[in-house]
Write a protein that binds this ligand. Structure first.
Ligand code: ZN
Length: 374
């Protein structure tokens, strides 16, 4: 059997592939950082009809080791249809298996969103008459960081920003952006309502280096971009610096930062309640956003991160920094690596298609709230 990971978002080290029934592997650390959890590899030379087992032998030492319990790895024969495979976790690692139906299969932590698909998504977005490439930043390794501007029809529009995949292993975040951009094509009544009052500013992928390198958490300098918003630098976090400069030029009336969470098997949001500038107005906006999203989409408010105490927010996080700087509704949106346990799908778990649906539902919520953002 051949194990390969020499491609976009590939990450695996082969320890021993001599026994095709029990291949021993390890997850590689992030480039320039000790984080690791994301994996993605191709296994070739599978015996059709045979059971093949794979063990990630260092999983118990990974960044979020407690996240492995209740987790099922994903596999795909064609790179399009991804399904969960039987998975167990113990001190010796994460173990999953596949009864092979084809001679090769991919395995990953989550359905990957590829650079090729990212390129097609940009072409698709820019084919819309009301979408322009407003600016293009550059990652540390020189990959493009496009900022899309969706022009509405208002003369003084509200400015709604969405950014995705600051954490490069959180591939659900760009699936979300694909769902958002596809809804622009529907041009339905709710969308018209939204765009009659607001413009959208979209960064579909904040960390292209990290994702390409197969990182979980950091960019090519080993920096966690979602801890860099208080003091971004050209040498270590140019991705954040670029977006902050563009925000200063355009203004911000609402901000959503799209993420995935390793541990919690639910969709949830984290808000700005710990910001020094948090006000009853922002509290009411947060509550209305949650209430409306619960009514239309796969979302809940019972499970999530502990709320920050007043004044105790970490302003190095994008959501808190933007909410504080622009006195606006700002949320981190978290989707699960596992499943949304209120509506579980054992075959796929949470996946790209469900991430896309969530984005469409959030646009409905924003359409209903756009008048109140200021
Ligand atoms: Zn994240």
């Amino acid at each position: 059997m051949q194990i390969r990971s020499d491609f976009d978002s590939g990450n695996i080290e082969v320890i021993n592939a001599g026994d095709p029934g029990q291949v021993r592997l390890a997850i590689r650390k992030d480039f320039a950082s000790d984080h690791f959890q994301w994996f993605h590899f191709l296994a070739e030379g599978l015996s059709v009809g045979q059971r093949h087992g794979f063990s990630l032998t260092n999983a118990a030492q990974s960044s979020y080791k407690s996240a492995w319990s209740g987790y099922q790895a994903v596999a795909s024969y064609d790179g399009e249809d991804w399904f969960r495979v039987p998975t167990t976790f113990d001190a010796d690692g994460l173990h999953f298996e596949l009864l092979a139906e084809h001679s090769s299969a991919r395995f990953a932590y989550f359905e990957p969103y590829s650079r090729a698909r990212h390129a097609r998504l940009l072409v698709k977005a820019l084919a819309l008459p009301n979408v322009e490439l407003l600016a293009c930043g550059s990652s540390l390794q020189g990959r493009e960081l496009p900022l899309l501007h969706v022009r509405g029809t208002a003369s003084a529009p509200r400015k709604i920003w969405l950014i995705a995949q600051q954490h490069p292993g959180e591939h659900m975040a760009e699936w979300y952006m694909e769902g958002l951009i596809e809804r622009l094509y529907q041009d339905d009544e709710e969308l018209q309502q939204l765009l009659s009052k607001a413009d959208l500013y979209l960064v579909p992928h904040m960390n292209p280096d990290g994702a390409f390198l197969g990182n979980l958490r950091t960019n090519a300098a080993g920096k966690d971009l979602n801890r860099a918003w208080q003091a971004p630098s050209a040498s270590e976090s140019p991705e954040v610096l670029f977006v902050q400069q563009q925000m200063a030029a355009q203004g911000v009336d609402c901000f959503l930062d799209i993420h995935g969470d390793e541990e919690i098997p639910y969709v949830f949001t984290a808000g700005c309640e710990g910001n020094p500038g948090f006000t009853p107005r922002l509290d009411a906006l947060e509550q209305e956003f949650r209430r409306r999203l619960m009514a239309v989409g796969e979302f809940q408010v019972e499970h999530g991160y502990p709320r920050d105490e007043p004044g105790q927010a970490n302003l190095a996080l994008a959501c808190n920094w933007v909410g504080q700087t622009y006195d606006c509704l700002a949320y981190t949106v978290e989707m699960p690596f596992k499943d949304h346990n209120l509506s579980p799908d054992p075959r796929t778990g949470w996946n790209g298609a469900r991430s896309k649906r969530l984005a469409r539902d959030v646009l409905s919520v924003l359409a209903a709230m756009v008048d109140k953002l200021r």
